[in-house]
Design a protein around this ligand. Structure first.
Ligand code: KG4
Ligand code: ZN
Length: 386
């Protein structure tokens, strides 16, 4: 079946078309079209403004729809328009192509209905509802975080299929809005083992980056500074910077990053009393901050893997693009049992995207055996849980 998927939960507008086949155990996919517009306007403001993001989604969605339909060759109206247009291509051939394209149109629409910013989620939902009416196809309400989990098996081009998955699987979800350890007991069966009590890891990256005068989103820029400092020998620095590792020794599997962020704020204030915050000091703070975040994430992940005896680890969400986190997670799984498997999304699929919504949407389709209620009854759920 062909699924058109829509993602508008935050500041990325995405639409993709996936052809999906098989049962959950042997699902296979073919990417027919994939598109994304990342809203740059927020970078000047240091964060995402929901109403501004909503306006951008409304502007971007029709542009992306047109793009993916054309790319996948599904636009009947367009094909017929081409038939009328004078061209060298044989008229009969064009009719045949238009007909075959019409037959191979979309079978279902998957749309993110949460979690995320509600005004943004609504734009995707309303868009999906309108298309559903026009094309007479069902709408699959899809959880953004379920999308992140299964993004690790995807590619943004060509064909891919699910590997053999041995449940339970542990997933560390790390994004701008979430930091969660999730036990995936089976497809669609989740248990939250621990989560952040305040800021998400990505949010902490963004806030600390802002303190260091870096643009939004701060994760990639802050991480670049940290890796520069990691390459230079830390002992060569004149200042010794030590930040706390929050909740490292707490008995549970929860996280907390707001204290770490405040520690950075006080540290900057203290440094600025005697000197300017120069580039070297900034990189050193970035390094120590990244080390503190990654150490905490790795420590709690290790604890959860041991407690729940899992041999497959998924690390997903925007922060999963972080090189230091990837390296440390690789080290962790190497240290564990030889059979331990580790999955990350490709860089394109670690950030928000519509392809992962198509994948998770297909799993929902299989779970509900294709039976979905009225598209008009779908509502945005900003705090939707797994
Ligand atoms: O999953 P995502 O694209 O959006 C949400 O659902 O939140 O995650 C975005 C978050 C931002 O906070 C961004 O700063 C962070 O992921 N991020 C990174 C890196 N790339 C993106 N954080 C650390 N290192 C990175 N390389
Ligand atoms: Zn996300």
């Amino acid at each position: 079946m062909k699924i058109l998927s829509i993602e508008t939960s935050c500041d990325d507008t995405g639409i993709s078309i996936l052809e999906a086949k098989g049962s959950t155990e042997n699902a296979s996919f073919n990417v027919l079209a994939d598109s994304l517009i990342s809203q740059d306007i927020h970078s000047a403001y240091g964060g995402v403004f929901p109403m501004m993001a909503k306006r951008e989604h409304i502007k971007n969605l029709p542009i992306l729809l047109d793009k993916v339909l054309r790319y996948a060759g599904f636009s009947l109206e367009r094909s017929l328009a081409q038939v009328d247009a004078p061209s060298r291509e044989n008229f009969q051939q064009k009719i045949i192509r238009a007909e075959s394209e019409a037959k191979s149109r979309i079978d279902a629409i998957a749309v993110t209905y949460g979690p995320g910013l509600e005004p943004c989620l609504w734009t995707g939902i309303v868009f999906a509802q309108e298309l559903s009416k026009k094309w007479n196809v069902p709408v699959i309400p899809t959880n953004h975080m379920e999308g992140h989990i299964f993004s690790v098996f995807g590619k943004n081009k060509g064909e891919f299929k699910f590997p053999k998955i041995v449940f339970p699987v542990l997933t560390l979800l790390v994004s701008g809005g979430h930091t969660e350890l999730v036990l995936v007991k089976d497809f669609g069966k989740y248990k939250i083992l621990g989560k952040t009590l305040d800021d998400a890891a990505g949010e902490a990256y963004d806030k600390v980056a802002r303190m260091l005068g870096l643009p939004y989103p701060g994760g990639p820029a802050l991480s670049r500074l940290a890796s520069q400092a990691r390459k230079l020998k830390i002992k060569d620095y004149e200042l010794e910077i030590i930040l706390p590792r929050p909740m490292l020794y707490s008995k549970n599997l929860n996280f907390s990053f707001s204290g770490l962020k405040t520690a950075v704020l006080y540290l900057i204030k203290k440094i600025q009393k005697t000197k300017e915050l120069d580039e070297e000091t900034k990189s050193q703070i970035a390094l120590e901050f990244e080390n503190a975040v990654v150490e905490t994430l790795v420590h709690k992940t290790k604890k959860a893997m041991e407690e729940y005896k899992v041999s497959t680890l998924i690390v997903a969400g925007g922060v999963a693009a972080n090189k230091h986190l990837r390296n440390e997670m690789k080290k962790l799984t190497k240290l564990m049992d030889n059979d331990t498997k580790l999955f990350f999304p490709t860089p394109e699929l670690s950030r928000d995207n519509a392809l992962m919504i198509g994948i998770a949407g297909y799993l929902q389709f299989l779970k509900k055996k294709g039976k979905f209620g009225r598209a008009s009854s779908i509502k945005a759920k900003g705090d939707l849980a797994l």
